[in-house]
Design a protein around this ligand. Structure first.
Ligand code: HEM
Length: 161
């Protein structure tokens, strides 16, 4: 019983992380529409709050439940002798965590510094802020793509035996 509750949680966390695909594109559109208009800083902060929140809930939830599922079953860690779909997911999960900790978090911190504390300020943002934002968009796209690939690996593994 416990196993299936954890598996359901695992799938739920995957869904939460995949929700980033939707919120990401919607919020990017709003930021572009409000470029150099009042409220721009708030929308950029809202974007970073969303990818941060959904990213933390998704990654921590998936990792904790994934490790439990492996420990409570016949599956293994990075075992390329069988269940290649799972080993591939685990390797991509390592890539995801490295991308988040080595690239996304430092870039988001730099953008926060550029935005400053006063989100009501009408001072035009520097060119460097827009370059950092483009970098954050690229990194977030990579993370969303890998989460989607892992999801497809998981739900199609029955097809490939
Ligand atoms: C972005 C990362 C991941 C996503 C999106 C994801 C998604 C999923 C989904 C949707 C399933 C259900 C497939 C099904 O049976 O229909 C699943 C199953 C599973 N996942 Fe993940 N997963 C991820 C990472 C991981 C990691 C890192 C581990 C292990 C450390 C893991 C271990 C498992 C196991 C063992 C199952 C099989 C459960 C079973 O069929 O009994 N997953 N995953």
């Amino acid at each position: 019983m416990e196993y299936f509750i954890i598996k359901s949680l695992h799938i739920t966390f995957a869904g939460i992380w995949l929700a980033n695909l939707l919120t990401d594109s919607v919020l990017r559109g709003i930021i572009t529409t409000n470029k150099q208009k009042s409220g721009e800083r708030k929308f950029i902060r809202l974007y970073m709050t969303f990818i941060n929140l959904l990213g933390i809930i998704g990654s921590v939830g998936i990792l904790a439940t994934g490790i439990f599922l492996v420990l409570d079953s016949q599956y293994g860690f990075f075992d390329m002798s069988a269940n290649h779909w799972l080993a591939a997911k685990q390797i991509l999960m390592v890539v995801l965590l490295l991308t988040i900790f080595l690239f996304i978090i430092p870039t988001a911190k730099k953008i926060k510094t550029e935005l400053g504390e006063n989100l009501e300020s009408d001072t035009i943002l520097s060119e460097n802020t827009y370059l950092l934002l483009q970098k954050l968009y690229r990194l977030s796209t990579i993370v969303n793509a890998i989460v989607l690939i892992n999801f497809l690996f998981a739900v199609t593994h029955y097809l490939f035996g």
